[in-house]
Design a binder for this molecule. Structure first.
Ligand SMILES: [Zn+2]
Length: 187
């Protein structure tokens, strides 16, 4: 069992920062809680998506699927267990920079991701969206990505509401292995 965004796992400094962020955004910032982990964590100079793609360690990097023009990756800083992201293979920041081949494949992978989460988790519902620009809540602002977030009956509201505590009931690699297994059946 892994716990993300918890009080007991991190330093008081991190907790304080989260609370500041939370207050700043006053619950209107869709992705702020897990962005705090990202902001405070060790930053890589290179784009995270580009560096993960270059490496050949898909399981450690949580890359679930590599397509000709786009890929699916499990979010290391999820809102909810099984939070997936779909991004173009090329480093592109905006929708109007995508080629037809890229956005067609991204849309196909979005549908594949939703099928996958419905079968593998299984999700009771999904939140699907794109945050473009930091002001819109994007944490990786210059490499476009679609979020596909599974929702479950009985999970908390879309924002974690109590002290920014969010319990992820399954470990990331366990989720990765399960999704990978189900993905093979869908292809
Ligand atoms: Zn990139």
């Amino acid at each position: 069992m892994s716990i993300l965004l918890t009080r007991n796992n991190n330093s008081q400094k991190i907790l304080d920062f989260k609370i500041i962020l939370f207050n700043l955004y006053n619950m209107e910032e869709l992705w702020a809680p897990w962005r705090a982990e990202y902001i405070i964590g060790s930053k890589e100079k290179e784009c995270i998506f580009c560096s993960r793609l270059k490496q050949k360690r898909d399981r450690q990097n949580l890359i679930l699927y590599r397509g000709k023009n786009a890929f699916i990756i499990l979010n290391r800083y999820p809102y909810n267990s099984g939070h997936l992201m779909i991004a173009p293979n090329k480093h592109k920041s905006n929708l109007d920079k995508l080629t037809k081949a890229e956005y067609t494949e991204m849309f196909r992978l979005m549908i594949l991701s939703s099928k996958l989460l419905n079968i593998a988790m299984p999700a009771d519902g999904l939140n699907i969206g794109i945050n473009i620009g930091e002001v819109a809540g994007s944490s990786i602002t210059d490499h476009l990505h679609i979020h596909v977030v599974p929702r479950f009956q009985g999970d908390t509201n879309f924002m974690p509401v109590v002290g920014l505590t969010k319990v992820q009931s399954l470990a990331l690699l366990d989720i990765y292995d399960s999704l990978k297994k189900h993905l093979k059946k869908l292809q």
